[in-house]
Design a protein around this ligand. Structure first.
Ligand SMILES: [Zn+2]
Length: 213
């Protein structure tokens, strides 16, 4: 047991057993969702692995608001395990077509406040365990209020207007195939904005992957 474990012990968010954010017993109770193809939008398909409800919604909330950055590794492992178990052919397809993981960025203001961007950490960890490259291609150009606290869908859509630009470092050499990474996809407005700007820059195939949706 590390000093950190002694100071901040981890309990299962579902049954409160000591040890992990989700104990093995509760983790196996999670049922994965299926791929949603969206050919008439900028996005080709979306895979949200699990329903956005407790205990996963508690885990994501903790990650977003309580500065628990070590739970990003746990979330990445959950995503990886589910992909290997339930979507092995999709994972092989992504690997063979050299899909690049692109995290949804935070605005610099929010990142400074929080100290890290959880989707960037998840992307980096996933890149290693899934053997897919990752690049920070997107920049958040406009400050948007926290998505989770907004109940009004219209307000959300308005809020995301022109939210992203392409990182000028990578603009001349964008990958052909991209998987946008977010921890949770609710209305899909953020992903839609991100995929629109990528498609406008001749990215061929765009997927979205999230832990929950
Ligand atoms: Zn449990």
């Amino acid at each position: 047991m590390s000093l950190l474990d002694l100071l901040f012990p981890t309990y299962c968010l579902s049954c409160h057993a000591y040890g992990q954010y989700l104990c093995p017993g509760c983790a196996t109770k999670l049922k994965s969702l299926s791929v949603v193809y969206t050919p008439d939008s900028f996005l080709d398909a979306q895979l949200s692995l699990f329903k956005y409800k407790p205990p996963l919604s508690n885990l994501i909330h903790q990650l977003k608001y309580e500065f628990v950055s070590d739970s990003t590794n746990f979330i990445s492992d959950l995503i990886s395990t589910s992909l290997h178990q339930d979507f092995p052919n999709l994972l092989k397809y992504w690997q063979s077509e050299n899909f690049t993981l692109v995290p949804i960025p935070l605005h610099w203001y929010r990142q400074n406040w929080r100290g890290y961007n959880q989707t960037q950490l998840i992307s980096q960890h996933l890149s290693t365990i899934l053997k897919l490259p990752t690049q920070e291609l997107l920049i958040r150009s406009k400050y948007t209020n926290s998505q989770v606290s907004q109940k009004d869908k219209l307000n959300r859509l308005h809020n995301l207007d022109a939210a992203f630009t392409i990182n000028p470092e990578h603009q001349s050499n964008l990958p052909q195939n991209i998987i946008i990474i977010d921890d949770v996809i609710t209305t899909g407005a953020t992903i839609s904005q991100a995929s629109q700007i990528l498609k406008q820059h001749q990215v061929k195939s765009i997927w979205a992957l999230s832990l929950a949706g």
